[in-house]
Design a protein around this ligand. Structure first.
Ligand SMILES: NC(=O)C1=CN([C@@H]2O[C@H](COP(=O)(O)OP(=O)(O)OC[C@H]3O[C@@H](n4cnc5c(N)ncnc54)[C@H](O)[C@@H]3O)[C@@H](O)[C@H]2O)C=CC1
Ligand SMILES: O=C(O)C1=N[C@H](C(=O)O)C[C@H](O)C1
Length: 250
C-alpha cells in the first residue's frame, strides 16, 4: 500500500518539530516537506503532498489553508485563533474545493478532548462554572484555543438545559479581575515558566465543587491525535471541528 504523503507547516516550532518526528516515525506516512516561515508553499505541490499538518501562527494559518484548498490538499490544523468570521471564510473556501477535508482541532491530546466532553456533560448540573488555562510564557494567544472551545461547549450545554445565569456579585475591581467572558463563562489565563499546557474546569453547586483537570506534560501528548487526524481527514471532506468527531465521542 502506498504511503500517505504528508507535509508539516511550522516545522521548526515547538509542536511542529515534534510532528515532523512523529510523521517520519509512522510507517504508513511519508514526510515530503517540512516548511518554516518564509519557505515557499510551492514545495507542497512540487512534492505531491496529500495532507498538510498546519502548526504555525494565527497570522499565517488562513493564507496557508487558502493555498492548500486551491490545490486540493487536505489539512489537519492545530493552530489557534478561530473566530466565527474565520470559520465562515474557511467554509466558503471549502465549498469551492469539493472532496477536500480540513480538521481543526483545538487540542490533539486525548485527555484534553475528554476534559472538554466531561465539562460539557457536567456544566448544566452546577450553578457556577469557570475555566482556568495555564501555559508556557511563549504562547502568543490568550485565552487558549482549548479554553475558548471548552467555554463555548459549556455555554451551549447550559443554554440547551435552560440553566440560569451564573451567580456573581462582583461590583468593583480592576478590569480583567474576573477573566475573559467567553459566552458568559469566565476564562482565566496563566502564563508561567515551567508549564506546558494545562486546564482546569471548576464547577460549583450547593455545598460541593467538581474540578476537571488536564495536563499536557510534553508535546508528545499531541502526536497520536495529529496522526489520527492525518489518516482520517483524507476520507472526510468538508470541515470537521474538534478531534472528538474522529474518536466517535460525539
Ligand atoms: N491543537 C493542539 O493540540 C495544539 C496547538 N498548538 C498551537 O499550534 C500553534 C503553534 O504553536 P507552537 O509550536 O508552540 O508555536 P511556535 O512559535 O513554537 O511555532 C510556530 C512556528 O510556525 C512558524 N511559522 C509562522 N508562519 C509560518 C508560515 N507562514 N509557514 C510556515 N511556518 C510558519 C514559525 O516561524 C514557528 O517556527 C499555536 O497556535 C498553538 O496554540 C500547540 C500545541 C498543541
Ligand atoms: O500553544 C500551546 O502550547 C497550545 N495551544 C493550544 C491551545 O491554545 O489550546 C493547545 C494546547 O493548549 C497547547
Amino acid at each position: 500500500m502506498s504511503k500517505l504523503r504528508v507535509a508539516v507547516l511550522g516545522a521548526k516550532g515547538r509542536i511542529g518539530s515534534e510532528a515532523v518526528r512523529a510523521v517520519e516515525a509512522a510507517e504508513d506516512l511519508e514526510l515530503v516537506a517540512a516548511l518554516g516561515r518564509g519557505d515557499s508553499l510551492e514545495a507542497l505541490t512540487g512534492t505531491g503532498a496529500q495532507v498538510v499538518v498546519e502548526l504555525t501562527t494565527p497570522d499565517s494559518v488562513m493564507d496557508n489553508l487558502d493555498f492548500c484548498l486551491r490545490h486540493g490538499i487536505h489539512a489537519v490544523v492545530g493552530t489557534t485563533g478561530w473566530t466565527d468570521q474565520r470559520l465562515a471564510q474557511l467554509t466558503a473556501s471549502l465549498a469551492a474545493a469539493p472532496g477536500t477535508g480540513v480538521l481543526i482541532a483545538p487540542n490533539f491530546s486525548i485527555g484534553a478532548v475528554l476534559t472538554m466532553k466531561f465539562a460539557e456533560v457536567a456544566a448544566p448540573y452546577f450553578e457556577s462554572v469557570e475555566v482556568i488555562e495555564l501555559h508556557h510564557p511563549k504562547k502568543v494567544d490568550a485565552p487558549s484555543g482549548t479554553a475558548t472551545r471548552t467555554a463555548q461547549l459549556i455555554a451551549a450545554a447550559r443554554q440547551k438545559a435552560g440553566s440560569a445565569p451564573q451567580p456573581d456579585a462582583t461590583a468593583t475591581g480592576p478590569d480583567g479581575a474576573r477573566g475573559a467572558d467567553i459566552d458568559g463563562v469566565p476564562v482565566h489565563s496563566v502564563r508561567l515558566r515551567g508549564l506546558l499546557a494545562h486546564q482546569e474546569v471548576l464547577l460549583g453547586g450547593e455545598g460541593e465543587t467538581l474540578t476537571i483537570r488536564h495536563d499536557s506534560l510534553h508535546h508528545s501528548s499531541f502526536m497520536p491525535g495529529i496522526l489520527l487526524g492525518v489518516r482520517r481527514v483524507v476520507d472526510t471532506p468538508g470541515l470537521t471541528f474538534g478531534l472528538e468527531h474522529f474518536l466517535d465521542l460525539k
